[in-house]
Write a protein that binds this ligand. Sequence first.
Ligand code: C2E
Ligand code: MG
Ligand code: MG
Length: 702
Amino acid sequence: MTSCDERFRQLFDQSPDPTWIIEDNRFVDCNEAAVKLLGYSSKDGLLSSHPSDLSPEFQPDGQRSFLKAERILEAAMGDGIQRFEWIHRKADGTTFPAEVTLTPMTLDGRTVIHCAWRDITARKADETALQLAASVYRNTIEGIVITDSQGVIISVNPAFSEITGYRAEEAIGNTPRLLKSDRHDDAFYRHLWQTLLQTGQWQGEIWNRRKSGEVYLQHQTITRIPGLNGATAQFVAIFNDITELRRKDERIQHLAFHDALTGLPNRLLLADRLEHGIAVAERDGQRLAVLFLDLDHFKVVNDTLGHDRGDDLLQVVANRLHTAIRGTDTLSRLGGDEFVVVLTDPENEAEVAEVTERLIQAIDRPIELGGVMVHVSVSIGIALFPDDGMTVVSLMKNADAAMYAAKAAGKNTFRFFNAAMTRRAEERLQIESDLRQAIEKGQLELFFQPKICLASHLACGAEALVRWRHPERGLISPADFIPLAEDTGLIIPLGEWVLEEACRTLGQLGRHGIAPLKMAVNVSAAQFHEGGLEEMIRAAIERHGLEPGNIEIELTESMVMSDPDRAIRVLGKLRSTGFTVAIDDFGTGYSSLAYLKRLPIDTLKIDRTFVLDADADEEDAEICRTIIGLGNSLHLNIVAEGVETARQAECLAEWGCLMAQGYFFARPMPAGEFEAWLRGHGSITPDLMHQRKLNHQFASGQ
Ligand code: C2E
Ligand code: MG
Ligand code: MG
């Protein structure tokens, strides 16, 4: 070997790149680098092998290594240098990518191929990583925006377009302000930039606007990418649209705090609201009422009609309760047939009782469930803050206990937790049951209060006023039991008794030689609306040999004005028989003058409250004068109620009021006393009284 050959041999052997000589498609020589790369101990085992022997059976393109190698070697022999990538196999069976260069050359007069490998494992890995990154960038569902250091968009991925509606061409060159909504103030963006520049990253939720104009919520991470010198090279923002997610969250949140069946706040939210309510009430010195509701007989409905119908029923109940409370009150369902109402800032117990009564009435109406009429009722227990408890737990517990008391009291009713209040409610119940027996047991008494002719101070009539002599409670005022009698329907028999007794007394007075006077009898709304009033009164006077002119019916203004057309018919009938009619407590209701003119009535009774201060208060005096004027121009008698002083009587007489009634002249008295009083004071007959009225009208030019 020449020294030149020697040098080339060294060059060949010491080259860092694996190098081979191929002859007749077989490796005939190789250098140390090749032996080392393949992991062999010497080249002996490698020589005379075909390149495919040092390769896996197939190349990545699917071609058989042997055939592909043959083709490339042939091409190298024919066309010259070939450069390509090839997968080789090492001694241990692992493979690696190589860039192979085949160079045909002549050696000792024979054509051989110089084959050089470069291991491109690292380059391949980089390429793969880049491809992967690009694929992620293209395929991720997260929107990605890359801006330059000035915030100008230089690249966006397809998901960006998907979410925002802007195509890449539309976004590039713009800034992310393109997406800005008006949901955030300047401070928000200032803070974002500050954080981003200081910490290199900002993460958070931001409302942006799509190209379509729709505002949406995105969760976004913006990262500052530093360049070589540490200055910002780019900003990368990655975001996803979480609008739907947020909606779902809100739905879940709603479900967590609301009853699925009725949509009402559940126990958790109730506790929260109640706690808040207590804090407010405590701060503002207000009351708070917790009403614990439990349906009566719900189980029966549920068991007989099925759970679906039971659910329907609960929904109807929820709706009815809801419409019976104010917007500021909380209605919640605890589960099953239990509801709780929290009333904020009630004025007093009476107001709470009123709302509670309204809730009871709202449920106490039939409900149609799939063609079947069902009737349920509700029992309600009430606990008040601060009297009955200062905490959520104690108020709920006491309201619950009170609810059981309501159940025990016969259901379809309510109970206050407070013992005193419960006692009062029980008392009312007791009175109610006592009242039922009052008539039979002869506990009712009729008192009589004279009506006075103001000119002569003689009696010109009387008003019959009922009293109840209760065996334990003593004399009870009608103001205390008439409303109760009205509520319970007991007013009908009571009214009949009063009328009968009034007529009986009148008859008796006549037999005792007292000139017949006009007796006024109060009639309540229930009697008035029941019908048959005229027949009933007529029968009573006939029984006692009286004339219709002896009886005056007193009706309150509000009773008449609640249905004036009906009142006109009923009163017309009464008057055509000869009874006279007075409007009681006039001035307290809301009379329509148009109706007043058409009403078949005889007398207006000025309400006591105006007479009370008529001699001192100019406004009340004016009201009295107005009513008197009104009465005179409508040719009605005027009776002033509640005259307590001589001065009041003088004033009223001066203003043209002919009749009065009041403690100044006489208090209501039992029949015997009344008879004696009449004898002592003398009376004037209705006829004479009528004459006086005509004279008065003549004198005042009416
Ligand atoms: P009313 O019909 O307006 O009766 C007048 C009331 O004023 C009576 O009260 C009478 O005692 C009272 N009074 C009379 N003069 C004076 C006075 O100078 N000063 C004051 N402070 N009060 C005076 P009473 O008897 O307690 O009756 C209250 C109400 O109960 C009556 O008001 C009437 O609406 C009703 N009532 C009484 N008896 C009956 C009845 O038999 N049937 C019906 N349905 N209601 C009745
Ligand atoms: Mg009256
Ligand atoms: Mg009155």
